[in-house]
Design a protein around this ligand. Sequence first.
Ligand code: NAP
Ligand code: ZN
Ligand code: ZN
Length: 350
Amino acid sequence: MTHTTVAAYASPAPKAPLAKTTIPRRALGEHDILIEIKFAGICHSDIHQVNADWGVGTYPMVPGHEIAGVVAEVGSGVSKYALGDRVGVGCFVDSCRECENCKAGDEQYCTGAGGMYGTYNSRGRDGEPTYGGYSTHIVVDENYALRIPEGIELDVAAPLLCAGITLYSPLAHWNAGPGTKLAIIGLGGLGHMGVKIAHALGAEVTVLSQTLSKREDGLRLGADHYYATSDPATFEELAGRFDLILNTVSANLDLNAYLSLLRTDGTLVQIGGPEHPMEVAPFALIPGRKSLSGSMIGGIRETQEMLDFCAQHGIGSEIELIEATQINEAYERVQKSDVRYRFVIDASTI
Ligand code: NAP
Ligand code: ZN
Ligand code: ZN
């Protein structure tokens, strides 16, 4: 069987608006499943990549790594999924499967040549460009798909595949739970998932947002405290307060000011991926034995664990469902921090 051609929204060149097009999807291999995409979330990483913030990518670029849909066809050797199963795909569609990290289930940190195979703006095992979720269908190896549990609707499940796991993984790694004083910087797509998940884990959650405009939402989502970072008094009041700070902001921040909010042995985890470097003063870390770390999405096993956890706790994303023709407008709004709290594309409009 040869490849199939499907509809998609693509950016033809760096910073160019997305427009409707067609793309190839590979013929189903033995362990592949064909997914009919129902919903695709818009992550700020999609915007960074379309805009070439992280270096010039591969165009045409079909973004989308928060994919939720239904299995429409299975390869002859598929054992994990059957027709009609509710499935998701996140940020990667394959990895070397042999390195230490892949074997440990940390495929996102694959050290094989080229690292993990990104869902888009990357190349697949066959060497062909990969195209993401702003599309009607995707073909993926069954080992890199996730099962979306009954009890979470597919539209609110889609953002869990990146935003959800990206916050769940550091919360799990740094053992956030009862007694943890946690701050999340930025109440956007990632931040709001972090608030929900951290609250369900039992942590004491503080949101650090630019203003108090989303305070009611933050408290409703599970935050215990909410502060405006535009108010200098916030930094005086919260000095030395937190065990763990997760920075989800897509722009540069004064990291030294936020490091001053950590208590002794506290950790600030950089999650947001702004284009430019940020300065860290040695003495923002030295007194208090503080750590500055990073974290990237999560592995397949942990992503499944996160989905099951979210289903068990009734957690989905807060979404604004849009038609494909509204993608460019949604990009504008995300860049203005005008998102409550994730745009999700209805793939039936592609
Ligand atoms: P988002 O929905 O745009 O949320 C980012 C939030 O950051 C905004 O809602 C805003 O929150 C705050 N913010 C934006 N500009 C700011 C500025 N100039 N100063 C201070 N705060 C600002 O984006 P997202 O989809 O959550 O993604 C956030 C970042 O994480 C992006 O850089 C993305 O590429 C990155 N990311 C990383 C990973 C990973 O694995 N590490 C995975 C996914 C995404 P307030 O309005 O509350 O201030
Ligand atoms: Zn993402
Ligand atoms: Zn590997």
